[in-house]
Write a protein that binds this ligand. Sequence first.
Ligand SMILES: Cc1cc2nc3c(=O)[nH]c(=O)nc-3n(C[C@H](O)[C@H](O)[C@H](O)COP(=O)(O)OP(=O)(O)OC[C@H]3O[C@@H](n4cnc5c(N)ncnc54)[C@H](O)[C@@H]3O)c2cc1C
Length: 431
Amino acid sequence: MRSLTCDVLVIGSGPAGLAAAYEAKKHGAEDVLLLERNDELGGILQQCIHTGFGVREFGEDLSGPEYAWRWIARARSADLRVLSETMVLGVDHSRRVVASSRALGLVEILPRALVLAMGCRERPRGALAIPGSRPAGVFTAGTAQRLVNIEGYMPGERYVILGSGDIGMIMARRLTLEGAQVVAVCEILPYISGLRRNLVQCIRDFDIPLHLCTTVTEVRGRDRVESVIVSRVDEQWRPIAGTRQEIPCDTLLLSVGLVPENELTRMAGATIDPATGGPVVDEGHGTDVPGIFAAGNVVHVYDLVDDVSAAARIAGRSAGRYVRQGAPEAGQRIRLRAGENVRAVVPQILGLAALEEGPVVLQFRARHPVEGPVRAELVMGEGAGARVLLSRRHRYVRPAEMVTMSLPPALAAELAAAGDSARDLAVRIIE
Ligand SMILES: Cc1cc2nc3c(=O)[nH]c(=O)nc-3n(C[C@H](O)[C@H](O)[C@H](O)COP(=O)(O)OP(=O)(O)OC[C@H]3O[C@@H](n4cnc5c(N)ncnc54)[C@H](O)[C@@H]3O)c2cc1C
């Protein structure tokens, strides 16, 4: 087996991998190698041909491929080494990577620092356990997106979409524009699970029927889907008797969530946060395995690609710095956890030495929507007696929209003075 070395190895060339590789190079890593299993770079963005990308990063409303091309051009200008058609098969805690490459065959790579940027995958139907037969015509929304936008095939003519995630809503519009009929989007929750802008631009503007508190309870058809049965559900998501309705269709699309792609992360021995499905990371996006960093949807699923690039820059910078200087002085470490009405917080670990150097941005999601003024708070201690360290007002919170809170460097001194009682802080959202 051939053996390679490099300063920083990045696995995955989506927006996260590209930004991390570029930034690692800019911050002191001389030899940066980017691995991608596909034949082209850019990750999932290449199939997202609608606009809405890059407003923050480039000040322009770009399509997914345009956004990817901008980053690919940056990466090329930075003189990175790129190996496409190279699938990483294994990683261990000493950062030894084994990959299968079209150009090099089976190859071992020994980097001084490693950035994991493998993205996420869609939750499939198997994970949903919908009763009924298993006819053709059931796709995830992302598979349909690829078939329509890249392969040039229409998966069907008359669609029901289960789940109101962003990819499902975007596909509802795309399929309508291609002449198909989208007869229903069914969402089990009492609110949509994607962004409000997609509800307006993809569902309402095209008069596509949206049914909240509704799910698919049966798929009918022998060889091909012929219809689905949908039912309204109660608060525990149990179908309500007497609400069954048969909807004739030939295709069912599933848009029921994304899961961080972390088999390699587990192999490397990094601790996984069950709330995000990604590795536990510190403010520099370092995992708890020395020299291994994580970027983008591997860490937690983002709603905007601009935020993916911003977070990946942090990971790339940290990897470059690790190569130059080794692990930074950690100083006091604080555990950040999800409190009231918060599903998960990233980063989960905060080093006070890093906070002294500059602001650290926390990212988190609400468990439940609140459509009135709320406060997001960083607190020490529990319940009503908790000491509020920071409090920020928001007009509303929705699970689909990430909430951020910037921690100022001045907070580091206050936390250091609090000593042991500040080792465990919570983020909460209260009305
Ligand atoms: C189907 C789908 C559609 C989406 N559509 C939209 C959208 O329309 N708008 C939007 O804002 N966001 C969309 N997203 C969210 C999107 O994932 C993020 O905005 C962004 O692309 C995440 O960047 P990333 O670099 O973390 O991951 P990705 O873009 O997914 O890139 C990960 C890369 O890692 C590579 N990789 C994975 N495993 C390996 C391995 N073992 N070896 C080598 N390479 C590997 C993959 O091939 C891929 O190129 C979509 C996500 C999915 C899954």
